[in-house]
Unconditional design. Sequence first.
Length: 181
Amino acid sequence: MGAFAEVVDSCSLEAGVNPCLDGTYADNSVAEEAFAAEQANGFMGYTERLFYILKANPSMPLPEVVSVPLGTGSAPAVFVDALVLNASCTGTCAEDARAFTSFMQAPETRSLIAFSEDGPEGTRPRYLLQANRAFYQREPARSDPMYQQYEAILSGARPYPNQHFPENRKALQGALLEALQ
């Protein structure tokens, strides 16, 4: 908590005003816009928030990404979205679901989504973390400076805890805010 408190305290603008704790950065893209306008010297958040940072300042150079492991470990904790098949989905439904899952797992599909190829030409990449190692070995990810930073961090990643965390997330958030106030 000491190291985390130091990081959160660095967000203070003046005595008693801390947008990292007072809800200023809780919604929308206010934190991303502040970082893009160089009103914040760092940004902690999901990789896909880089899309909004670059949208707020298109001429901004790409930032450096650093790993911030949870707890006392040295490996970052990551989580990914999952496709789950309903137990009552059988026969054609199950075949279709498995075909869709294969489509979504393909490096080509991951690239299409990650690089916003489904949007108008010139749309910025979404910068979503990819759990598919083959994605990072193919173009355009292989040449993209941000995805190469992500790959280096992900090589030692551990799965995000999924037992007892979801049901305790709100209580943990409250305890963290109280400890940091």
